[in-house]
Write a protein that binds this ligand. Sequence first.
Ligand SMILES: Nc1ncnc2c1ncn2[C@@H]1O[C@H](COP(=O)(O)OP(=O)(O)OP(=O)(O)O)[C@@H](O)[C@H]1O
Length: 577
Amino acid sequence: MIKAIGKHKGLLLAALVTMLVQVGAALWQPSYMKQILSVMADTSLSLNGKVDKISNYGVALIVIAVFGLVGSILNTITAAKIAQVVSADLREMTFRKIQTFSYADIEKFNSANLVVRMTNDINQIQTLLMMIFQVLIRVPLLFIGAFILSIITLPQLWWIIIVMVVLIVLVTGLAMRIMGPHFASFQQLMDRINAIARDNLRGARVVKSFVQEKNQAQKFDKESDDLLQHNLAVGYTFSTMIPAFTIISQLAIFVAIVIVSTLVTKSPAVAQDQLGGIMSFIQYMMQIMFAIIMGGMMSMFASRGMVSMGRIREVLDAETSMHFDTTADEELDGAIEFDHVDFAYPNDETPTLKDISFKIDPGEMVGIVGATGAGKSTLAQLIPRLFDPTAGTVKVGGKDVRHVSQNTLKRTISIVLQKAILFSGTIAGNLKQGKPDADDTDMNRAAQIAQASEFINRLPEGYNAPVEERGNNFSGGQKQRLSITRGIIKQPKILILDDSTSALDAHSEKLVQDAFNRELSATTTLIIAQKISSVVHADKILVLDAGRLVAIGNHKALLASSEVYQQIYATQKGQED
Ligand SMILES: Nc1ncnc2c1ncn2[C@@H]1O[C@H](COP(=O)(O)OP(=O)(O)OP(=O)(O)O)[C@@H](O)[C@H]1O
């Protein structure tokens, strides 16, 4: 953060200078008030003499006030600018950092939580920065300046200032103690509220079809009411704090006036000076009170801002759990090898994969089957290094994936995930995520294999057709075909299809498979499938059961030897019949 602020030295200086002008003007004004009142009470001056002097002081007062006003406006503008540019820098730094996170890092933080950090937490920091550059230096300067000047103005009343300061500090301290814990809860509640809202909106179709609106609303209301309670507690404390300050200051003013009147009555000789002084004294008292209140407010925003700053620092300082070798990019073949691989998800104690070993030769078509939750997707995600195994090694082209460059892995492997995720933009934009320099020929070739060209060509804008947020303007099957197109466009050596034809009808699925056999015969293809019919022709089938590889072989061999495979086959056959 200091680095981010340090980049804007010119603005920092401007904020400082304008703040000093503002404080100077505020502290200077009361002394002129004192002069004006002293002139009025001066019996030795003629009326004309008094008018002349008062006019001069009046002009000086106006000039100082104008300086103060201009200083204040410019300070607000510069403070706002610093707060905005620094928070924009922080937001961009945070986003860039998140882009370097591995899949495991994102899981660890949780994506809703990261969104809150990039929005709400950055806003809190922006407010804090604005406060810092408007009041941080102003508060102590104003406090010390007004304190000294008030005592110089009416030395007899020093103790009133001390008593007032002690009382205000006590009230402010008490209020902070009451409000502090509520601030600490704000951010956690915001995380929870955001997570509910995000899940609800993302899963809008599920919510509607299961008529879950009421449940969702109740869940949301509970968290929102919690937040309300904390907000109310802060509000109530705040609303008692302000009248308490008013009472303290009015009492102090009252006592000061009573004492000055008594002094004046007792010794009229000093009346002129005392009377002039009381006005300035009251103004300084107000400034002291203002400084303490501003200090209190500042510490309130600071406590919220510091929590947010801590949360942003956590992201910026996070060591990514995955480091890629900086070795030169290389050409790897499509061989895959798992050697005694164990894997447990972050924050999960029980391993999802246990002691998995197998070899796949380049160009083979391999099926992976197993009951739901057996670990098929997890196994596939270790090949492109979305996660690292907790034990054992995963090799691609004969090399441990931890010792090849990220670019090499990206070029060699494509994974088409179970859930077809498209980004808003155009079809071409989405396909180019697979190969940035893809031309029309590349797109056409890939789309034909994935059986997507038929519906893309029917769209008036073809490859430039718009894709809405999360690809919502396409059907499930179309989204899957577009994802497959994106996966094969770069002609990878290894293609992993994680249940990626599940939304296609049997005929379309057959067309995709035939096209794969024809066009991608040199590509190692891993097909994770729910249906055995999707992998019967595979060279090999891996059978997973509760995280273990229980059998490996072709369909015929497995039917003869694997009990788990026989069971799956029997259930599915029953369903088909
Ligand atoms: N991101 C994750 N964090 C923690 N646990 C996970 C995560 N993803 C999956 N799991 C757990 O790992 C196990 C294996 O999940 P996986 O998705 O690999 O199974 P699968 O065989 O592909 O299932 P399906 O056929 O239903 O897709 C499951 O018990 C699941 O709960």
